[in-house]
Write a protein that binds this ligand. Structure first.
Ligand code: AMP
Ligand code: ZN
Length: 484
């Protein structure tokens, strides 16, 4: 039974969606002002693990992710680049989707752009004005926090200390209370704006998510996700806007992901420890290893990114893939072993129990690696049988349904994306590597060369494979190969 820690209630709760079969999820997506960094991807890997786990438990998932393509940062950067907001954000939205593919992140059922939902945002602001929760000032519209007594319920923040006039934001001096936040921002010269019944202007960031979430998921839905930095004020404001308008509970379960740190520090361009996904790929790291590392720490713990950790993640992925190769290629004695079957079943239970416990990925991985160690030992001792293979394959499939790192497709994925890139993306050596079928074909040629005792040609083929990232091993059970 799935259990989650809910930021809203500060408690671990049994998971129960409104509709027992279909789970509705909203995920705060990227602000497309630049390439997403690995901290962002930590939160996106978390929500991917979440949706995969929900499906593994038999739920149908309907997830909406927004793309914030209008806010202060996108406007500032597009202006600096001398590009229209649309062209500028399009480039980074496309890059984000490519990065998602590289990291094997499933596509949410709906990906929606803020600029395509201005009408829904305006309608929500109007509704709030009609109910007295919002007021106009100098062409902008603000949410009146004093009218919403439960403000602060999610973040447990106490705003009573902030008094009118105590600290007035110079940019928003026209608010009647400094705690109030903008729902609609009056047009400014040189900034993109929309002609609407509210007057010319653009939406505030918070209203974007409330309007799009409710449009596609209804006024009350199951799960809302994001990084911890979004708890306040973004999600607090989403709750205020939505619940003030509808009078209903907006979201039942709030799941937040802790931050990624780099070598123990906050990631910042000024510190030189700031990495996008592309920066790591350029250094030759594989997408699967990056995904593995980002997935390996449970979401409520900070993840300290180090290159040492990334190296270990690479080795862990390698161990998993090699184990599966051994499982598939080695000849084991016939029959089955009751002890092995029991051990596999235990590992499967431990794996599920770990994920049920608020997606404890670290323990889920430990369950799999403990099993691998025991099965490798059983294989070495000749105690693993042909008939035990199917159960392990099944467990590995279950594992891969969540962690998605077993496929040997890093180089193919990189090569595929490289051709679509409109920005130069460095691809590591071997990215033009062979598909599995091409490797098999060359190995077939090599087998034939050896059969006719043309060892020079056989060695040549082996070298060619090596140069293209494939290691060939001749074992007593035949030829095995793996990618470097
Ligand atoms: P943004 O593109 O800034 O709107 O952020 C996209 C997502 O990444 C949000 O859910 C943020 O909370 C999350 N995020 C930002 N920085 C980090 C970080 N260092 N670690 C984990 N998640 C982050
Ligand atoms: Zn949001």
């Amino acid at each position: 039974m799935l259990r989650f820690y809910n930021t809203l209630t500060s408690q671990v709760e049994q998971f129960q969606p409104l509709d027992p079969r279909r789970v509705r999820v909203y995920t705060c997506g990227p602000t497309v002002y630049d390439f997403a960094h690995i901290g962002n991807f930590r939160s996106f890997v978390f929500q991917d693990i979440l949706r995969r786990t929900l499906r593994a438990r038999g739920y149908e998932v309907f997830q909406v992710m927004n793309i914030t393509d209008v806010d202060d940062r996108t406007i500032e950067n597009s202006t600096a680049a001398g590009m229209s907001l649309r062209d500028y954000t399009e480039k980074f939205a496309r890059a984000f989707l490519q990065d998602m593919q590289l990291l094997s992140l499933e596509k949410p059922e709906k990906i929606v752009r803020a600029t395509e939902h201005i009408d829904a945002m305006v309608a929500l602001v109007q509704r709030l004005m009609e109910k007295g929760f919002a007021y106009r000032s100098d062409g902008s519209v603000y949410f009146r926090i004093a009218k919403f007594p439960t403000y602060g319920r999610l973040s447990k923040i106490d705003l009573s200390g902030i008094k009118t006039g105590a600290r007035v934001d110079v940019q928003e001096y026209d608010k009647s209370d400094p705690r109030d936040f903008a729902l609609w921002k009056a047009a400014k010269p040189g900034e993109p704006s929309w002609e609407t019944p509210l007057g010319p202007g653009r939406p505030g960031w918070h209203i974007e998510c409330s309007a799009m979430a409710m449009k596609y998921l209804g006024e009350s839905f199951d799960i809302h996700t994001g990084g911890v930095d979004l708890v306040f004020p973004h999600h607090e404001n989403e709750i205020a806007q939505s619940e003030a308008a509808t009078g209903k509970l907006f979201v039942r379960l709030w799941l937040h992901c802790e931050h990624l740190l780099v070598e123990g520090e906050r990631m910042a361009k000024s510190k030189g420890n700031f990495y996008t996904l592309r920066d790591l790929l350029a250094r030759g790291h594989k997408p699967s290893a990056i995904r593995y590392l980002l997935a390996s720490v449970p979401r409520r713990k900070q993840l300290n990114f180090t290159f040492d950790g990334l190296h270990q993640a690479t080795q862990s992925v390698e161990r998993l893939r090699n184990f599966r190769l051994r499982l598939r290629t080695e000849k084991f004695p016939g029959g089955t072993s009751a002890a092995v079957a029991k051990r596999i079943a235990e590992a499967g239970q431990a794996f599920d129990a770990a994920l049920d416990d608020d997606l404890n990925t670290a323990e889920a991985l430990a369950a799999v690696f403990d099993l691998l160690r025991d099965l490798n030992a059983a294989m070495d001792r000749g105690e693993f049988h042909q008939g035990d293979r199917a159960a392990v394959e099944q467990l590995l499939e279950r594992y891969n349904g969540i962690f998605a790192v077993l496929a040997e497709d890093d180089y193919q994925k990189l090569a595929a994306v490289k051709d679509q890139m409109d920005v130069p993306v460095p691809v590591p050596v071997g990215a033009d590597a062979l598909s599995d079928a091409e490797v098999e074909r060359l190995l077939g040629d090599r087998r034939q060369a050896r059969a006719r005792r043309d060892f020079a040609r056989a060695d040549e083929i082996r070298q060619e494979l090596f140069d293209r990232g494939i290691i060939v091993e001749d074992t007593k059970d035949g030829v095995r190969w793996k990618r470097k």
